[in-house]
Design a protein around this ligand. Structure first.
Ligand SMILES: Cc1cc2nc3c(=O)[nH]c(=O)nc-3n(C[C@H](O)[C@H](O)[C@H](O)COP(=O)(O)OP(=O)(O)OC[C@H]3O[C@@H](n4cnc5c(N)ncnc54)[C@H](O)[C@@H]3O)c2cc1C
Length: 432
């Protein structure tokens, strides 16, 4: 084992944890370095009603087979449940289902002819497998052309603007294709939290001899004489190979000696931060709806997600758990606002959705933010995705911004971890 190649993995989200598992299984000496004092990355949890819950809403789709396999591999497959919760939209002051063909046909704010047309185009996107055909076009142009301006103005324009703000008109059509093509109406959740997956992975790694360094922030990465040096807040480490799972923009700041043309091409693009308020209520807020996309203007959030209309409130000490989520440019004054102001803005907007809502319903509240949480997938985005192998010898980059045309998702990080681990292990000295 002492002669086995040493591999450093930077980042303890699902990508780093899965890659570390594959390196460990191949017999390498592995160190996982995470700047927070816990693993989980964007799926980190907190406690509400005595149970761990993700800081940002998370569920799986049926097509997310790689992460389902991982969950089964670590023995938690029996706890992955697949309800079919109600997902709806808030438009012109009321709640509309838009999740099935019948719902689309009932959407009376649009003339019937537009509803039929939208339904047919959605069916096309569901069945079309080749997203390359859609390359080079924005979602805004494509939807207006094929579904018509009324469908764009009533449904898709508000959705894109809610998620991407001023950048909405520049979002690539393949991104929207992946959102329609791969979604299922049954949604998967690991009962009592994805925390259990992350906790189990950490346990498996530590039992298998992986060194898990928490609270160690990587400050510089350099490659010299066939070794990779990693400078962290907890001291310097040297490895044969290093996998970085942090965002590309951050990698560019950490890596020393990258050529100018590489930086010019890949140190590129915009990202938004995620903002979420989580309320523990003593009343149900939405009448059975799990996911409510907010399409009316003037709301400080784009979705109201009543988690306990999906999982039972009894899992959370009887509380009704509601997420209010948004994405914002990290430089936006709203993103920088103190938590108390965010909370009060978000709560006052809730009365527009349920006029009976009263702040006295709130038993507990939490505010979370995460930078670099949503890439802005513009038409030329795919030309700026770096390959895994970087110009620094022995240093590889794999992160959730390389999963184009998919939006982020634990599944795609797991798939990428499996692929990049296999790539990195090739050509290393035989492992013992
Ligand atoms: C609001 C929101 C909702 C989402 N909903 C879903 C969903 O419903 N279903 C789903 O599957 N996915 C969802 N996702 C996406 C999912 O969270 C991500 O795809 C996944 O967690 C990415 O994992 P990762 O390991 O690639 O990256 P991350 O989780 O970002 O992990 C990167 C890790 O690197 C660490 N790191 C960064 N810099 C350094 C440094 N200098 N030194 C040491 N460590 C460092 C970070 O602390 C972090 O732990 C959602 C994301 C958001 C933001």
């Amino acid at each position: 084992m002492a002669d086995s190649p040493s591999i450093g993995v930077i980042g303890g989200g699902i990508l780093g944890l899965t890659a570390a598992l594959r390196f460990m299984q191949a017999g390498a000496r592995v160190t996982l370095i995470e700047r927070e004092d816990h693993v989980g990355g964007l799926v980190a949890s907190f406690q509400i009603g005595g149970t761990n819950l993700e800081r940002f809403y998370h569920h799986l789709f049926r097509s997310d087979v790689d992460v389902q396999n991982l969950i089964a591999e670590v023995g938690l497959g029996g706890d992955l449940v697949w309800p079919k919760p109600d997902t709806s939209s808030f438009f012109q002051g009321r709640i509309w289902g838009l999740d099935s063909a019948t719902d689309v046909l009932r959407f009376s704010p649009m003339p019937l002819v537009d509803r039929v047309r939208m339904g047919m185009v959605l069916a096309y996107l569901k069945f079309e497998r080749n997203y390359h055909k859609l390359e080079g076009q924005t979602a805004a142009q494509w939807v207006q052309r094929w579904m018509g301006p009324r469908a764009y103005n009533a449904v898709w324009g508000p959705l894109l603007r809610a998620k991407f703000g001023d950048m909405a008109d520049r979002v690539a059509m393949p991104w929207l294709w992946s959102r329609v093509h791969l979604r299922s109406s049954r949604l998967g959740y690991l009962r009592r939290g994805f925390y259990r997956l992350y906790h189990r992975l950490q346990e498996v790694l530590e039992q298998g001899g992986v060194e898990v360094l928490l609270g160690a922030e990587v400050r510089a990465i350099r490659s010299s004489d066939g070794n990779v040096e990693v400078e962290t807040s907890a001291g310097q480490r040297t490895f044969d190979r290093v996998l970085v799972t942090a965002p590309t923009r951050l990698f560019m700041r950490l890596a020393e000696g990258l050529p100018d043309d590489y930086r010019a091409r890949y140190d590129w693009g915009d990202y938004y931060g995620a903002h979420a308020v989580i309320l523990g209520l003593n009343h149900q807020l939405l009448d059975g709806v799990y996911w409510l996309s907010v399409q009316d203007p003037g709301f400080p959030f784009l979705a109201v997600v009543e988690h306990t209309n999906y999982m039972p409130p009894s899992d959370y000490g009887g509380l009704h758990v509601v997420y209010l989520g948004n994405y914002l440019p990290m430089s936006d004054p709203l993103y920088q606002r103190p938590d108390a102001d965010v909370l009060s803005d978000f709560m006052s907007a809730l009365k527009r959705i349920n006029p009976e809502f009263d702040p006295s319903w709130v038993v507990e509240s939490h505010v979370f933010k995460a930078p670099f949480a949503q890439p802005i997938v513009t038409v030329d985005f795919h030309e700026h995705i770096p390959p895994h192998e970087t110009p620094l010898l022995g240093v590889f980059l794999a992160n959730m911004f390389q999963v184009y045309p998919q939006d982020r998702g634990q599944n795609y990080s797991v798939r990428m971890a499996n692929e990049v681990a296999a790539q990195m292990l090739q050509g290393l000295a035989p492992l013992t």
